[in-house]
Write a protein that binds this ligand. Structure first.
Ligand code: FAD
Length: 452
C-alpha cells in the first residue's frame, strides 16, 4: 500500500525531532520546491499540478540525513528527495505529501584524483566539472541542465547527455563507481554499494535509498570547439551525424541534429543559423577540427557558427540548445509543443528514422542526439511533437513501438513505464530491505505498489 501523510501528523513535533536542521514551512516556498519540469508533458500537467509536500528539510551532511530519515520513519511520513528539481517526469513531485528532502546544501567535493571524483549529492555538475578540469579531467557526461542540476539528481533521475556519444549512458557499467545510501529502517543506517551493486539505486527516482555520496568516473578534458553546420536536407544532416559518430579518430562530445524548422526556435542563435535550416550542433575537440572539416565538405555542409574552446567558455553555450534544451527553446515560443524520447535501432542506413521523418512530417519534428549504445552509435531522438490529444500522442508512441523504435515515455511519472519497461527485481528487493514502510517517493515504483 502506498504511504500517505496522515492529516493527524504533528508537524511541530516532527520539526522538534529534527533538532535544528533547516526546515522550510512557508507554503509558497514548499509549493515551489514540490515541482519539477513535468510541465513539458500535457499529460503530466493534468496529473501533477496539485501535488505538494508538507514541508522542506535541508540537511548539510550525512549525519543530518540520518536524523531526517529517523524522524520520517518514526512519524511514518513520506520523504521525497530533491536535487535541483530539473527532472522532466515529476520524479521529485511528492504524490502523497510529506517531506521534501532538499540536498542542495550537501555540496562538498570530497576528493578528485586522476579519472575519479568523490562528491556529496548536492554538488552541481558544472562546479564539479570546473574543479576536475583544473587537473585535466572532466565529467564524462552531463545533461543540458548541467549548470543547475546536481550529481545526485543526475544519477537518481537522469540517463545521459553531452558526452554520451563517447561514454554511453549512466546505466552502463563503469559510469558510476560507488554510492553511500541512507536507509529508511527503524534505525536508519548507511550502506556502501560498489561496482555492479550501484545498479540497486541507479536511476531509481529516490525510491529506495537516499544517496549521500557518489564516486563518479571522469574522462580526459579536451578543449571543445562549438560548431553549427547546415545541410541541404534533413537526411544528409542525419547521415553526417551517424558518420561523425562512427569516426573514431575525431573526438567529439555532442552530435545534435535538428530538422527544420526547429532551429527557428533558437532565439539566441537566430543571427547565426539561416532560417529553416537543417543543422548539426556539435562539440569537437579542437585538435580534430581539420579532419572534421574534411567530413563536413564530404557531406556538402556549411559551417555557419564556430567558436574556439576559449570563446565557448563565455556567453551562449551550444550544449544549452541540445538534449531537452531543444524542447525548452521550442516551448518558450510555442508552449503547446511537447516531446518524445526515442531510441532507434542500430542501422547505419537510418532507414526507420527516414521512414518516421517522412511519415509524421511536421507533426513530429525530428531532433536527434547520437549516443553510443553497447559500442554502436545510434540516434536517440527527442522529437518535438505538435500536441493535439492524449489519444493521438498515444497513437504516435504506438506507431514507433510497433515499427521497432524504443520509446522512453516522458509522459508518465511511473519509474518502470518510462525508459525501463520492466520491473527491476534487484531494485525492488533492495527497496524491501531499506524502505520497509514504503516511505520513499511513494507512488513512483510500480513493482512496490503492486506487491504491497
Ligand atoms: P532532481 O530533478 O531534483 O531529481 C531527479 C530524481 O532523482 C528525483 O526522482 C529525485 O527524487 C532523485 N534524487 C535526487 N537526488 C537524489 C539522491 N541524493 N539520492 C537518491 N535519489 C535522488 N536529463 C538527462 O539525463 N539528460 C539531459 O540531457 C537532460 N536535459 C534536460 C534539459 C532540460 C531543459 C530539462 C528541464 C531537463 C533535462 N534533463 C535531462 C532532466 C534533468 O535535468 C536531469 O536528469 C538532471 O540531472 C536532474 O538533476 P536534478 O538535480 O535536477 O535532479
Amino acid at each position: 500500500m502506498t504511504a500517505t501523510t496522515l492529516p493527524s501528523t504533528d508537524w511541530d513535533a516532527f520539526v522538534t525531532a529534527l533538532d535544528g536542521i533547516e526546515v522550510i514551512r512557508d507554503a509558497v516556498q514548499v509549493a515551489k520546491l514540490s515541482r519539477d519540469y513535468y510541465t513539458y508533458s500535457p499529460i503530466l500537467q493534468t496529473l501533477l499540478s496539485d501535488k505538494v509536500g508538507d514541508l522542506v528539510v535541508r540537511p548539510v551532511n550525512e549525519a543530518e540525513v540520518l536524523k531526517v530519515a529517523k524522524a520520517c520513519v518514526q512519524f511514518k511520513v513520506p520523504l521525497t528527495i530533491r536535487g535541483a528539481g530539473t527532472g522532466n517526469y515529476g520524479q521529485c513531485v511528492p504524490l502523497k505529501g510529506g517531506v521534501i528532502l532538499d540536498l542542495t546544501r550537501m555540496q562538498t567535493v570530497k576528493w578528485v584524483k586522476p579519472g575519479l571524483a568523490c562528491v556529496e549529492p548536492g554538488v552541481k555538475l558544472v562546479n564539479l566539472d570546473k574543479q576536475t578540469r583544473e587537473m585535466g579531467w572532466e565529467i564524462r557526461m552531463a545533461p543540458s541542465t548541467y549548470r543547475t542540476a546536481t550529481v545526485g539528481g543526475f544519477i537518481g533521475g537522469g540517463s545521459g547527455g553531452i558526452g554520451s556519444i563517447t561514454y554511453g549512458q549512466l546505466r552502463d557499467r563503469g559510469n558510476l563507481h560507488a554510492v553511500r545510501v541512507v536507509t529508511m529502517e527503524d534505525e536508519p543506517r548507511v550502506i556502501e554499494l560498489r561496482g555492479d551493486d550501484v545498479q540497486k539505486v541507479n536511476h531509481a527516482y529516490g525510491t529506495n535509498g537516499i544517496i549521500t555520496e557518489l564516486e563518479i568516473p571522469l574522462g580526459p578534458a579536451y578543449p571543445w570547439a562549438e560548431l553549427i553546420v547546415t545541410f541541404p536536407d534533413f537526411m544528409t544532416a542525419a547521415r553526417f551525424g551517424q558518420v561523425l559518430g562512427d569516426s573514431d579518430g575525431i573526438i567529439k562530445k555532442l552530435i545534435c541534429i535538428c530538422a527544420s524548422p526547429i532551429s527557428n526556435y533558437f532565439a539566441a542563435l537566430r543571427s547565426s543559423i539561416p532560417t529553416d535550416s537543417h543543422c548539426a550542433l556539435l562539440m569537437i575537440a579542437e585538435p580534430c577540427l581539420e579532419p572534421f572539416g574534411e567530413l563536413v565538405r564530404e557531406f556538402g555542409g556549411t559551417i555557419c557558427y564556430q567558436k574556439s574552446a576559449q570563446e565557448a567558455s563565455k556567453g551562449v553555450a551550444i550544449a544549452e540548445f541540445s538534449w531537452n534544451h531543444t524542447t525548452l527553446h521550442a516551448r518558450s515560443v510555442d508552449p503547446t509543443l511537447t516531446y518524445l524520447q526515442t531510441l532507434f535501432p542500430y542501422d547505419p542506413d537510418l532507414k526507420l528514422l527516414e521512414h518516421m521523418y517522412h511519415h509524421f512530417g511536421d507533426e513530429v519534428m525530428m531532433h536527434l542526439e547520437f549516443i553510443r549504445v553497447s559500442s554502436c552509435v545510434v540516434p536517440a531522438a527527442l522529437q518535438i511533437v505538435r500536441f493535439s490529444t492524449p489519444e493521438r500522442l498515444q497513437e504516435i508512441i504506438r506507431y514507433h513501438e510497433d515499427s521497432g523504435a524504443f520509446i522512453a515515455n516522458p509522459h508518465t511519472y511511473i519509474l518502470e513505464d518510462g525508459g525501463r519497461k520492466t520491473i527491476d527485481p534487484v531494485q525492488l528487493q533492495f527497496k524491501e530491505m531499506v524502505d520497509p514502510y514504503g516511505l520513499l517517493n511513494p507512488g513512483k515504483m510500480k513493482a512496490w505498489e503492486q506487491s504491497h
